[in-house]
Write a protein of this length. Sequence first.
Length: 320
Amino acid sequence: MTKISDVLDVSEEVLNRHVKGIIELYKVIGEGDEFEKNSKAVLNSTYPTATIRRIIDFVSRKIDPKQKSDIRSSFAITGTYGTGKSHILTALYHIFNDPTMAKKWLEDNSMASDLLPTFPHTVVMPMLNLKRGYKFLWEPIYEELGKEELLKEIGNFPTVDDIKRLVGTGTVVLLIDEIEKWYGAIPSEDAPRRTANLAFLQNLMEVANEKNVRLFVFVSLLLENEEIMGIMNRTRPIKFDLTSEDIDRINIILHRLIGKIKDREAIEMITKQYIGVYQRSEDINISNYRELQDKIIEQYPFHPEVLKVIIERFHASKNY
């Protein structure tokens, strides 16, 4: 009898008995030997979803001097808990900051790497887990870029010109996570502080969408705060909704758990045996056996109905 181990290898994560279920951006700048700090581990665990492919394409457009259409580089990555927002931000951090690993990963997944910025000034901003509390969104950015002296020249909040002066001729990447909860924690009676943060966020997103400024802003959103969403609607960032990526979600499961297929012919033979049983049964009515056969082959060793139920249960969970 053919065993699963005869036809495929499980992933390194499974072999090491450490499948990292939740990847958290704040651990990139945290203390200790965290998984999130290891570019090889993070990228190996990252499936090249449609969202990631489109982000890479948009970033390349902004860098390409010949490109004239849609050169925006402000991004809103939306989705409820567990949809992979922080994972994408963490993967982007390593793509920008480890060009050797990034080049291999991108080329292995049929994506071009020649137009991506390498070693930009990257500011990781997990807003609920920064090294200290900040009253204003721009403070950690100026500090991480070593431009604290410019803070003295700022009025109520950084203007468009202030932000352009901050970026200068360099390349700056901002990875902003949990901004809605951070902003929501500002007391409602502190209206000047709330207004200043919103005004800066709007200016930041608008500057990122200008052709000649190499500023890339990535913001993850739960879509829970109307004021933050108002800024997003006004500044028109490139939006990605992770809640709708069910096909990619199945591929992510397979990518994280399955390593190398060793014997595809054996998988095809096993699949035909399944289909034969279904066709002979009077209790099973399947409209398209060919489609089912292709799915079983693609998703082996899982049955497509099992993965379908998992995704349905995921959607139905209270935190989805």
